[in-house]
Design a protein. Structure first.
Lengths: 178, 263
């Protein structure tokens, strides 16, 4: 059984208007959520807009949050995932091969480096994986979400996730050793 | 084993590179954080205010519903049972009558005014009966003054040698006098009530008979109302008779209506 989500208390405090809890929630989730959008959309400004939108939605609907219906962590991540889905519904995805380098919004300096090239290559490869694996890659490898949190977000058990991520690693390794 | 370590290192390097490329700008984080916190503060203020408003609105609605249910329940009960004028729910009965009048058509209003005028007459006769009983049970002024005098003498004789000088020898006599005064005030209160009901009866009849007050009522209906009311007054016993002045007033109104019908 997954341990209790410590952010439930913060969310309830946010419902009561406590600024401290708003700071804690933002500090914990802003980085991973931005990374998740960057991994999916690969456009800096769009990722920033979507990240802001997620936190705006959090504020708007925090009154509806009820820990009896579910924990806060999957709740906020569901908002992020829905925002990404909505974005792709409204706009065609930005495929790397169809865009110039600037389109990815990764700085010139970074683009020119080998690491950046490798990252871009890996991201492109991951796009050919099944959607579940793509999401695992975005959440675990890019957004750096722990297994416990990932279990809450995806609704799968930790052991199932470990197996799935191990398989994903095995798929990625051939491309990393070049 | 070495290949496993190599894989681990490759994955670690990939993660590190990914994090470098997906790390948000400090300036963006700072502005987004400030915006989020400001919104949280604003939203909390609105929510607290809204919750407070909603709660107070909820309680007020419940309170109004309860008061309305109780009032209407008591009014309906008092009206249906035609409670007497000295009943605690009499006020609710009058309220219910007023509501019924407000909700009815001019034709129905004539019938209602007739019913209510007859009710007033019944209430007046009930109060008069009560007044008579009180007058019979309470001693007459001569008897009561005589009794007081006797009491005074008796108490003077008996209580004068009392040990406690603070107690007045006239205490019993005074209390008797006070009781009699109370009785008289009770009778005068009843008389005030009867006078009030007489006036209410006149108002009920005036509402129908006065053309200026209720021009929508037809003259035929007024004449019919007059006949019914005058018959009711005529049937009253000597003791229940209305003040002559009032009867004359109704008769003159009826005459006016009859004349206008003939015209």
């Amino acid at each position: 059984m997954a341990p209790k989500d410590s952010f439930n208390i913060q969310a309830e405090a946010l419902q009561k208007g406590k600024v401290g809890s708003a700071e804690k929630i933002f500090d914990h989730f802003s980085g991973p959520i931005y990374a998740f959008f960057m991994a999916r959309i690969r456009h800096k400004e769009t990722a920033q807009d979507l990240t802001q939108e997620v936190f705006l939605k959090v504020i708007r609907s925090i009154g509806q949050f009820d820990r009896k219906s579910g924990d806060f962590t999957p709740w906020i991540w569901q908002i992020a995932r829905n925002s990404a889905i909505d974005y792709f519904r409204q706009k065609k995805p930005l495929y790397l091969e169809n865009l110039p380098d600037e389109g990815t919004n990764i700085s010139e300096e970074r683009v020119q480096s080998d690491e950046s090239a490798k990252v871009r290559e890996i991201m492109t490869i991951v796009e050919s994986f099944p959607p579940e694996e793509q999401e695992l890659f975005q959440l675990h490898f890019v957004a750096d979400i722990s297994y416990t949190e990932l279990a809450r977000v995806t609704g799968r058990t930790e052991s199932a996730l470990r197996v799935a991520i191990h398989r994903l690693r095995k798929k990625l390794i051939p491309y990393l050793n070049d | 084993m070495i290949s496993l370590i190599k894989e681990q290192l490759a994955i670690r390097r990939l993660k590190k590179n990914l994090h470098v490329h997906v790390r948000p700008d400090r300036a963006f984080l700072k502005s987004a954080r400030t915006r989020f916190i400001t919104l949280a503060q604003q939203q909390a203020g609105v929510r607290v205010g809204a919750i407070g408003y909603f709660r107070s609105f909820k309680y007020a609605t419940v309170a109004i519903a309860v008061v309305f249910a109780l009032t209407s329940g008591m009014a309906v009960f008092a009206d249906a049972n035609n409670v007497p004028a000295n009943h605690p729910l009499y006020g609710f009965k009058r309220l219910s009558e007023q509501v019924r009048l407000d909700l009815s058509s001019p034709v129905q209003q004539v019938e209602l005014h007739k019913t209510f005028a007859q009710r007033r007459l019944k209430e007046i006769s009930e109060l008069k009966t009560e007044q008579q009983i009180e007058q019979q049970t309470s001693p007459s002024p001569e008897i009561s003054s005589r009794t007081n005098k006797e009491n005074d003498q008796k108490t003077n004789r008996v209580i004068v040698p009392t040990i406690n000088p603070t107690i007045s020898p006239n205490t019993d006599a005074e209390s008797n006098r006070r009781t009699n005064e109370g009785d008289n005030s009770g009778t005068s209160k009843l008389q005030d009530r009867i006078d009030g009901l007489n006036k209410d009866f006149q108002d009920e009849t005036d509402h129908v008979l006065d053309q200026d007050k209720n021009p929508q009522i037809k003259t035929e209906a007024r004449v019919q109302f007059c006949q019914d009311i005058l018959n009711t007054i005529k049937d009253k016993s000597e003791s229940d008779r209305l003040p002559t002045q009032m009867v004359d007033h109704i008769k003159s109104r009826c005459g006016e209506n009859r004349n206008s019908q003939e015209d």
